[in-house]
Design a protein. Structure first.
Length: 423
């Protein structure tokens, strides 16, 4: 088909699919929030994949240090799965506000797979709980029986990532939708088709698991070191963690560089313009940081702030990579169908916006501060010996009460506003 005709067709089709309500506030807000929340999602995914993989490796290796790390990582994986799911919802909302026709069409073409995605995710998550149930910390750490469960969970999570990747990517090529929906002119409304996978791009995002988890372990090492006075055996263990983090970060940096290069060199014709833009060079800076991270940590191994900053910087670099990914989408959709999220009609909806930010900052903020504060203090308070009892400080207990009260007020307010609007 003539390229201009196809572009006009795509433009007409996506304009017809667009929500006439437009955006409830300036699209730039959704664009920025989309990038930041996607970065947090993919950072949580990275820890999920990295901790599940490391727990699996540790249980295969056995030995005291490996088993201790494997046990901690299996536990971390459970928390990371919860975080990845919660942090996946946020970019999903923003994508639906400013790229709705694209996300909608892609998820309709692969509708059955979006449901299979949920089943795979739930199965993987349950497997992590199975692993947890098999741990016997009082009698020593359990090993082999957990290996098949961790391996299966890891495979399921990678499959989830591959499905997310296909759905995200199909959305970028409206010119192909007709062929995918009606191959050879025959409509296939089964929702079973999966059409576009860019292996190097997928591997790039999956490989983030290594350096981001390494950043996490650098923080863990420092935290364990700070308790080593109470538990002398923690000294050698923290050295062991440092070696593990170093190797993971080293391998991760190299893989990111290789996959990133292959991704850029194999971009489809519609995205070739991207290589000539400034974005790949901005992305390269993040990859170079990841390559340098293990050496920076080695040099600054005694600097407490630097050790924790390893993980913070890994997340910051992930935000940069998320921005690059967003630039690729915005440019591709503009080329393919003239879609410009900034040109969406704005119908200001202040109450919705206010509810969103108040919920996010006040309700979410206090709950998170309570959970993190509790975890931090409990971790420092415990030496890890069986039968130990820890009492939280009064200030934290008070913060917990405030967090729960705010949640209850929010739920009541939510129903009150809904009922008031109904009648
Ligand atoms: C184990 C579970 C998961 C894994 C491994 C995973 C992995 C990924 C990956 C690799 C991408 C980037 C794909 C690309 O750009 O090529 C992605 C994007 C995304 N994921 Fe996940 N994900 C998981 C769970 C979830 C869940 C539960 C949700 C929603 C609740 C979610 C929502 C999203 C969204 C909204 C995007 C971005 C879509 C876009 O910007 O086009 N993910 N995910």
């Amino acid at each position: 088909m003539n390229e201009t005709l196809m572009q006009t067709g795509s433009a007409l089709m996506t304009a017809a699919l667009a929500d006439p309500a437009g955006a409830p506030s300036h699209p730039a807000i959704f664009l920025v929030l989309g990038v930041v929340t996607f970065a947090l999602h993919i950072a949580a995914v990275a820890i999920l994949l990295g901790s599940t993989g490391l727990a699996l490796y540790a249980k295969i290796r056995t030995g005291d240090n490996w088993l201790r790390l494997g046990s901690t990582m299996a536990f971390t994986a459970k928390a990371a799965a919860g975080a990845a799911i919660v942090l996946g919802v946020a970019p999903l909302l923003f994508v639906q506000v400013i790229f709705d026709p694209f996300w909608y069409a892609s998820s309709m073409i692969s509708a059955v797979w979006t449901l299979i995605f949920l089943a795979l995710l739930m199965a993987g998550y349950l497997m992590l709980y199975r692993v947890h149930a098999m741990e016997h910390p009082v009698e020593g750490y359990s090993t082999r029986p957990q290996v098949p469960w961790l391996a299966a969970a890891l495979l399921l999570f990678i499959a989830c990532g591959a499905l997310m990747h296909v759905i995200s990517n199909q959305a970028l090529f409206p010119g192909n939708w007709l062929d995918w929906y009606a191959p050879g002119g025959q409509i296939n409304a089964s929702g079973w088709s999966l059409n576009y996978m860019h292996v190097a791009r997928l591997l790039f995002f999956l490989a983030l698991a290594l350096p981001v988890t390494a950043g996490w372990i650098y923080g863990m090492r420092r935290w364990i070191l700070s308790k080593a006075a109470a538990r002398p055996e923690d000294g050698p263990y923290s050295d062991f963690l440092e070696t593990v983090a170093f190797r993971m970060a080293q391998a991760g940096g190299i893989l990111l560089l290789v996959f990133g290069l292959v991704w850029m060199l194999t971009l489809p014709a519609e995205q070739k313009w991207f290589v000539r833009s400034v974005w790949p060079y901005i992305g390269l800076r993040s990859v170079l940081y990841f390559l340098a991270m293990p050496y920076i940590q080695k040099k600054r191994r005694l600097c407490i702030t630097c050790n924790y900053m390893g993980f913070v910087m890994a997340v910051v670099m992930t935000v940069v990579l998320a921005a690059l990914r967003e630039a690729l989408r915005v440019g591709t959709l503009f080329e393919a169908s003239g879609w410009n999220p900034m040109a969406l009609a704005v119908n200001w909806d202040i109450p919705t916006l206010a509810i969103f930010f108040v919920t996010f900052l006040v309700v979410g903020g206090t709950s998170l501060a309570y959970i993190l504060g509790m975890a931090w203090k409990a971790g420092l308070g415990f030496t890890g010996r069986p039968g130990e009892v820890w009492t939280p400080p009064a200030g934290l207990e008070k913060l917990g009460t405030i967090a729960v009260t705010l949640l209850v007020v929010w739920v009541i307010g939510y129903f009150a506003v809904g009922i008031a609007l109904l009648f």
